[in-house]
Design a protein around this ligand. Structure first.
Ligand code: ATP
Ligand code: MG
Length: 350
């Protein structure tokens, strides 16, 4: 039997609850679609940091390297551990070491979910550059604390980085409707974004079957609200993608539904799948968290592993559950717990 070797990183807050919920569903999919999931759980979290001074052990990356994929819950406990510590101690090293340069997020309104927009029938796939650009960390401050203080943040765009994210987005567009929106701001940022547009045009020449439209990020943000149904694949830099995918989460019914894949399409290490939400300390431990985002992330993981039918089965079961509306969590108007909603999805698969 096909066996996939998964590292589970439940993390903090609602992370363990939503990971348990996702695994209940993924195990049901494995049984139904004839494959096996071999899981190893790593309880690396802010508690680990408080106990040991590290978010993960020194050989953490080596241990993760042995797995096909990583399924992550949420990391962060802002009241006790600075966000910068949890981010730099766990998530960023994983993204960097495994060169997870694609951050992919689907934005679609599941049946039965009532988003804030009038348009209900949209299906957007956002592809965000995940390793460079505006989040390169280059820059500094001079004359600190004086009236002459200056802070400089340098965005770094390499041909290697821009070209590979655009190529990935073109491939995705080719597999879907053949339409791609490339996002920049070349009217205002005359170096990096003009470069982005140039590379986009170059790559477009290799994909004559894909229709690329270039948008400025402000116009694209407006379009996501006014005409989301006109968009299919959207590709953007690190910062613009960050902002647009939070907007995408909002129009699909909130953080409870937003899922994310961190991919290295070239392979060589595990890709990582996670719900977009954080540890949500305000609702942790009470069974209130919506498991849809982590279940959806799990479906993306199955697709990445080649279990395409199972991935489609999981999404269909999730959507059957939201459409029925009987067994959903309070954020979508129901009274079910995290576990009860996951059990309903698992039952729909069985
Ligand atoms: P982080 O800094 O880790 O990103 P955050 O401060 O952005 O965390 P989140 O943990 O992402 O906060 O959650 C923001 C709010 O959204 C929470 O207070 C919670 O009420 C709600 N929320 C987040 N995830 C879910 C979920 N899965 N189900 C229901 N509500 C959620
Ligand atoms: Mg957040």
């Amino acid at each position: 039997m096909r066996t996939h070797n998964i590292a589970l990183l439940p993390g903090d807050g609602i992370g363990p609850e939503v990971i348990d919920a996702a695994m209940l569903v993924l195990e049901a999919a494995a049984a139904r679609f004839d494959f096996a999931l071999k899981t190893q759980r790593y309880d690396w979290s802010c508690q680990t940091y408080l106990d040991t001074g590290r978010m993960m052990p020194a050989d953490g990356i080596e241990r993760l390297q042995t797995h096909d994929c990583i399924l992550l819950g949420a990391v962060g406990w802002p009241a006790k551990v600075a966000d910068s510590v949890s981010l730099h101690g766990l998530l960023l090293p994983i993204r960097k070491q495994f060169d997870l340069y694609v951050n992919m997020r689907p934005h679609r309104l599941l049946a039965g979910v009532d988003g804030p927009l009038r348009a209900k029938d949209f299906d957007i796939l956002c592809i965000r550059e995940n390793t460079e650009g505006e989040y390169s960390g280059a820059g500094g401050r001079v004359h600190q604390g004086t009236k002459a203080e200056v802070a400089v943040e340098t965005a770094i765009f390499t041909r290697h980085g821009v070209e590979r994210i655009l190529r990935y987005a073109f491939e995705k567009a080719r597999q879907r409707s053949g339409r791609l929106a490339s996002v920049s701001k070349s009217n205002a940022q005359k170096h990096s974004m003009v470069f982005w547009d140039e590379v986009a045009e170059e790559v477009a020449a290799d994909f004559p079957d894909v229709r690329m439209t270039r948008y400025h990020v402000d116009a694209l943000a407006a379009r996501m609200v006014t005409h989301p149904e006109t968009l299919d694949v959207v590709v953007a830099s690190n910062l613009f993608g960050d902002i647009l995918t939070d907007l995408g989460a909002a129009i699909q019914g909130g953080l409870g539904f937003a899922a994310s894949a961190n991919l290295n399409p070239a392979g060589g290490g595990p890709s990582m799948f996670e719900p977009v939400h954080g540890s949500a300390p305000d609702i942790a431990g009470r069974g209130l968290a919506n498991p849809a985002a982590s279940i959806w992330a799990g479906a993306m993981m199955l697709e990445h592993l080649g279990e395409v039918a199972a991935a489609e089965g999981v999404i269909a079961a999730l959507e059957a559950t939201t459409a029925a509306g009987q067994t959903v969590t309070p954020d979508c108007g129901g009274e079910a717990s995290t576990w009860e909603m996951a059990e309903a999805v698992a039952q729909a698969i069985r």
